[in-house]
Design a protein around this ligand. Structure first.
Ligand SMILES: [Zn+2]
Length: 109
């Protein structure tokens, strides 16, 4: 299943976001692996958000809500309607990542 970046529209595989994108950061291999065992909320704690941001990743309240990605052109601006729709859906679905992935795919988000 794919979800799309709210800024550039690039499709991202859900598995990649949940398991591989963390290796784009400068976290050690051990730390990046340990990250995968954290709760959805802990995975987006301040420290990890900073690490992701340094690697050109920005997420909403879920790792599947891609607001900015490494493919975004420098001058690209976020599609705020799309971002708002995704934020609302994530709020409803909470930590149900499979549900979020399915709904985002259904709506092409
Ligand atoms: Zn992007």
């Amino acid at each position: 299943m794919d979800v799309h970046c709210s800024t550039c529209g690039e499709p991202w595989d859900v598995y990649h976001l949940r398991h591989d994108a963390v290796f784009d950061t400068d976290l050690s291999h051990e730390e990046a692996q340990a990250w995968g065992t954290l709760s959805p909320k802990a995975r987006l704690g301040t420290r990890y958000r900073e690490k992701f941001q340094a690697a050109e990743w920005e997420f909403g309240a879920s790792i599947l809500d891609v607001r900015h990605c490494p493919c975004c052109p420098k001058e690209a601006r976020i599609n705020s309607d799309k971002a708002a729709a995704k934020a609302a859906l994530v709020e409803i679905l909470g930590n149900d990542e499979d549900g979020i992935a399915a709904v985002f795919e259904d709506f092409g988000l």
